[in-house]
Design a protein around this ligand. Structure first.
Ligand SMILES: Cc1ncc(COP(=O)(O)O)c(C=O)c1O
Length: 351
């Protein structure tokens, strides 16, 4: 008993020390000629030590598992992931000297698999994302391990009232801006944890800021939001991290004010455009967010309603050099991005 508590204390100390060594992520401000009075703010989550917004979630899931007595010395931890979460979880597992296994769809970007393995994690593959959850649960049972269950636990493992969650962090960073209260915050939905945290926090702080979820056309957040039921067949998407095939346990539709359905070709074209805007590469879900943010800004300009729009740059683009940033991959997926990218640049007033 006391040995277990000693190990737990050491584990919590290591997580706290890791947090102290890590800086907050940047909030970047851009103004586009087509949107006067509507500045864009990009919360750059790619600058976490493990390169994505999932660094926050993985830290929370480990803390939750530790404080629930489920993450224990020597016990294997398992999760289902589209890759970004697994990279962050492998990092924290290594920090705590725990074995880690990720269950992922076979077509996950090779770079992500390499990152997980470089951090000492092991990858198991399933044919589609729809099977990852049940496979991971079964594997954890077979190994007598702990199933971190990001899809089930994301909304409750995250401290929605604060503790520097993503909403608190970005709203604090807005404090010195000419207009500190965003009109809209746009995010994607993988687990739904980020949207649940932001939506709850906005209400908790009594803000009028509205929350928009950007999801691939035909995916579960879009369809579930429309029908408020799970009576649909979701369409697949090649935007990793979002566009889930079924409604996940952490989806909280009631805290979301709008949902924008974005085609894969728009997401990929916007991802390339983001590189021209920022000089850096981000993943496909950041492009999905940009499309939704642009649509909201266009409506705001039409309605004569100024104010900031905040969105997220979710992860590093280097992870997608063999997918979204590979012209042959785009062609294989029938994604002709060049004309869409030019049209998007024109809509921002860039050329
Ligand atoms: C790259 C990327 N963007 C966005 C998201 C959405 O985040 P959340 O899981 O909190 O809904 C994810 C989640 O899997 C992701 O991997």
């Amino acid at each position: 008993m006391s040995e277990q508590r000693d190990w737990l204390r050491t584990a919590l100390d290591r997580l706290a020390a890791e947090q102290a060594r890590s800086a907050d992520t940047h909030l970047l401000r851009y103004e586009f000629p087509a949107f006067p009075g509507v500045p864009f703010y990009f919360k750059d989550e790619s600058t976490h030590p493990t390169g994505s917004l999932k660094h926050r979630l993985a830290r929370s899931l480990f803390l939750y598992g530790l404080c629930n007595g489920q993450v224990r010395e020597g016990r294997v931890v398992v999760d289902a992931s589209s890759g970004s979460t697994a990279i962050s979880e492998a990092y924290f597992a290594r920090l705590l000297e725990l074995p880690y296994v990720a269950v992922m769809a076979r077509d996950t970007s090779p770079r992500k698999i390499a990152e997980i393995e470089a951090l000492g994690g092991r990858c198991e593959f399933v044919d589609s994302a729809a099977q990852d959850h049940s496979h991971a649960q079964q594997l954890a049972d077979d190994l007598d391990g702990h199933f971190l269950d990001q899809f089930g636990m994301a909304e409750r493992a995250t401290d929605w009232r604060g503790n520097n969650n993503i909403a608190e962090s970005l709203l604090d960073q807005m404090r010195g801006e000419p207009e500190p209260t965003p009109r809209w915050i746009v995010c994607g939905a993988g687990t739904g944890g980020t949207s649940a945290t932001i939506g709850r926090y906005l209400r908790y702080r009594g803000l009028d800021t509205r929350l928009c979820v950007a999801d691939p056309e035909g995916a579960a957040f879009v369809e579930g939001w429309r029908s408020r039921s799970d009576d649909f067949v979701a369409r697949g998407s090649c935007i990793e991290g979002i566009g889930r095939p079924q409604i996940e346990a952490s989806y909280c539709f009631d805290v979301v004010d709008a949902v924008e359905a974005v085609s894969d070709v728009e997401s990929c074209a916007a991802t390339w455009l983001l590189e021209s805007i920022t000089g850096r590469r981000f993943g496909g879900s950041s492009g999905t967010n940009l499309i939704a943010a642009m649509r909201l800004a266009e409506r705001m300009v039409d309605a004569g309603e100024p104010g900031p729009v905040v969105t997220l740059l979710c992860d590093r683009g280097e992870r997608y050099s063999e997918t979204v940033f590979d012209l042959q991959w785009l062609e294989r997926h029938g994604l002709e991005i060049a004309p869409v990218r030019s049209e998007l640049a024109a809509r921002l007033g860039l050329r």
